[in-house]
Design a protein around this ligand. Structure first.
Ligand code: NAD
Length: 337
């Protein structure tokens, strides 16, 4: 990689609920000089830019927000993708796939050439599948394409365990791993409060199969419960995405469960990694017990199945297109002879 020049610019594709909340979080906690918003809804885009800038004028805030084109966004240090359809109440994240994959394709082709040092951060759902395809569409090195993955689910897990154990959430080390979706799982065997294993840290008799099931259901269903009442989730993910941007720009080297390519599983899913200026600095191997390893393999198998389905569909489309082109050429020859 050439020597990198840091402009401290963050581009956000999509200025709906999630994109605007992320931009607002970046304005309130300034970590960059400029936020570039890109959205085909031009009236919404202009209104969001004006409203967000109003939030910067009161203090001595150095962050400016502006509307941009995909080509402007392509030169940013971090390119965040929140563009895409969101779940309707009761809808699964995977059902958004074909719509959001088309949007992703449009975005990456409109951005070429991309700053070779840029980090692409995927937020739109289904985030693990989109992260997998963004690696291919962006042309960026593997380590520079990542998804928010289960960082939000893990924060929710820490929140609920903190209530049960009556300690601060940041004293809990706990990870939800795998898919940011229904096949996610909790790595129970490694949870600690401070340095004390969870089972020992909870009051005696609390760490039962029922407790584990209840917490797992809470974590897995948290987004759906919020969407059922307000139609979207935005503050949690806005905050998580803003902190990931900070870890990248300031080379913080935090360990977080981000979605990134797992060569042995041939898909993107969340496992702990060190995050810094170059994106995924390195994987942080995690000891899983036998049951957790089985859950990881089932989760990867499920994601791999979805990826295979998409790839087969893409291949069939290309073959059909080339057959149609050949037919047109033959038809043209026939009429001309
Ligand atoms: N990863 C997570 O943890 C997480 C959490 C919450 C939401 N999400 C996902 O984030 C996505 C956005 O959710 P939302 O509530 O902001 O939706 P929204 O409908 O409010 O906003 C989406 C925006 O994307 C824009 N868009 C569409 N095509 C575009 C393109 N080519 N370029 C730029 N912008 C484009 C739309 O015009 C719209 O303004 C959804 O897929 C949702 O499921 C992910």
């Amino acid at each position: 990689m050439d020597e990198q020049k840091l402009n401290r610019t963050i581009a956000i594709f999509g200025c709906g609920e999630v994109g605007a909340t992320l931009a607002y979080t970046l304005v309130l906690n300034p970590i960059c000089n400029e936020v570039i918003l890109v959205d085909p809804k031009t009236d919404l885009l202009e209104a969001q830019v004006r409203d967000l800038n109003d939030a910067t004028f009161r203090g001595n805030n150095g962050t400016r927000v502006r509307a941009g084109t995909p080509r402007d966004a392509a030169q940013a240090d971090i390119i965040v993708i929140t563009a895409g359809a969101k779940q309707k109440p009761g809808e699964s994240r995977l059902s958004l796939l074909s719509r959001n994959l088309n949007i992703l394709r449009t975005i990456f082709s409109a951005m070429q050439p991309i700053n070779p040092h840029a980090i692409a951060l995927l937020v739109a759902n289904p985030v693990d599948i989109l992260t997998y395809f963004a690696r291919k569409l962006s042309g960026l090195p593997e380590s520079q394409v990542l998804g928010t993955g289960t960082t939000l689910d893990s924060a929710r897990l820490r929140g609920v365990l903190a209530q049960r154990a009556e300690v601060a959430p940041n004293s809990i080390d706990a990870y939800v791993l795998g898919e940011h979706g229904d096949s996610q799982f909790i790595a129970w065997s490694s949870i600690t409060i401070g340095t004390t294993p969870l089972e020992q840290a909870l009051p005696e008799g609390h760490f039962t199969p029922n407790f584990k099931q209840e917490i797992a259901e809470h974590t897995r269903g948290a987004a759906a419960a919020i969407i059922a009442s307000k139609g979207c989730t935005a503050y949690g993910i806005g905050n998580i995405a803003a902190s990931i941007c900070k870890y990248i720009l300031y080379d913080v080297r935090c360990v977080r469960p981000l979605s990134y390519y797992q060569p042995d599983l041939e898909c993107c899913l969340s496992m702990p990694a060190v995050i810094g200026r170059k994106g995924i600095v390195r994987a942080m191997p995690m000891r899983l017990d036998e049951g957790e390893r089985r859950e990881l393999e089932a989760c990867a198998g499920h994601l791999r199945g979805v990826i295979d389905g998409v790839e087969m569909e893409l291949k069939a489309k290309v073959e059909l297109q080339s057959a149609l082109e050949k037919e047109t050429v033959r038809g043209g020859d026939g009429s001309g002879s």
